[in-house]
Design a protein around this ligand. Structure first.
Ligand SMILES: [Zn+2]
Ligand SMILES: [Zn+2]
Length: 305
């Protein structure tokens, strides 16, 4: 497997001279399987536009481009690039889209199609020439063929959001964005008049169980691509519940799950290249202690595993 980053930014595209080195495109990771001739794309943020153009430049198979797109969730920053993915306008393209469906009434196809409403975008889904199929995912595992195994698990985000585990040729690639640590949903402060000891205890148990489940899901990843939008200090200063992790949490989870390498993504849109460089330097000590190889992913970064 080869993971290539086409977009690493969170929340909103941030073009400009201050973000040109890490890149301003929102999330899109290509996972290539050169031996099997397969391409899998995780998330369709603005980074997918350039990936689409690149796919069209590559020697095309006679039957046309065939890709699988795994969507972590349908927040706009993770799907807004899809209408600009040029292979969609070729009749020979086959695109299979996987993602979590919020409910039976709100399918993945409706969520994706919604942004292509004529009100927001001049091309309607029916005008896309490609053969597009949608697969509503639940937690579990499925075979994608050619020995590629996909597992999905729910993360902790304000919207239903999936983490993925891709296994191929004895190697493991995992993704966990957008997500934050599982926390107790009940009132934990005994001074609060609404505090209920039994409920607080139950909430604590549930949060711990969910954390262990995720850690097991990520176990032994050769590469973990994880949300690292904030520093722990930023996260604690009023950002709990926003659905994103601190760099410290991502490193601790990579270590606990015995992951070999950690690539941090979903960089805060406020963060400049220089600030990301500073963070990379600041966390250099932490990564040495943990034994996990950590990097702040940038556009164009390719990692073989
Ligand atoms: Zn996001
Ligand atoms: Zn999100």
């Amino acid at each position: 497997m080869v993971a290539t980053f086409w977009g690493v930014r969170g929340s909103i595209p941030t073009p400009g001279y201050e973000t040109s080195r890490y890149g301003g495109n929102t999330l899109c990771v290509e996972v290539g399987f050169p031996a099997a001739g397969r391409t899998l794309i995780i998330d369709a943020g603005s980074g997918i536009r350039r990936l689409g153009d690149d796919l069209l430049r590559r020697p095309a198979p006679a039957q046309g481009i065939s890709v699988d797109v795994l969507l972590s969730h349908t927040h706009l920053d993770h799907i807004l690039g899809l209408p600009f993915f040029q292979p969609l306008y070729r009749r020979s393209t086959r695109l299979c889209t996987y993602g979590p469906a919020a409910s039976a009434e709100d399918s993945l196809e409706q969520a994706i199609g919604g942004q292509m409403s004529y009100r927001y975008f001049p091309v309607r889904p029916v005008e896309l020439a490609a053969q597009i199929t949608y697969v509503d995912l639940r937690e579990g595992a499925l075979e994608l063929g050619d020995g590629i195994r996909l597992s999905a698990t729910y993360l902790n985000h304000p919207l239903l959001c999936m983490g993925y585990r891709i296994e191929y040729g004895g190697r493991v690639l995992c993704t966990a964005f957008d997500t934050e640590p599982f926390y107790n949903l009940f009132i934990t402060d005994p001074a609060d008049p609404r505090y209920d000891e039994a409920m607080a205890f139950e909430g604590e148990q549930a949060a711990q169980a969910a954390a262990v489940r995720l850690q097991n899901f990520l176990q032994g990843a050769d590469l973990l691509i994880h949300d690292g939008q904030y520093t722990e200090q930023e996260y604690r200063a009023g950002r709990v519940g926003w659905g994103h992790s601190s760099i410290e949490h991502a490193i601790a989870l990579a270590e606990a799950s015995a992951s070999r390498r950690l690539a941090l993504v979903h960089h805060d849109p406020m963060r400049t290249d220089d600030q990301l460089d500073d963070l990379a330097e600041r966390y250099a000590g932490l990564r040495k202690e943990s034994g996990v190889e950590v990097c702040f992913a940038h556009e164009g970064l390719s990692m073989g595993l």
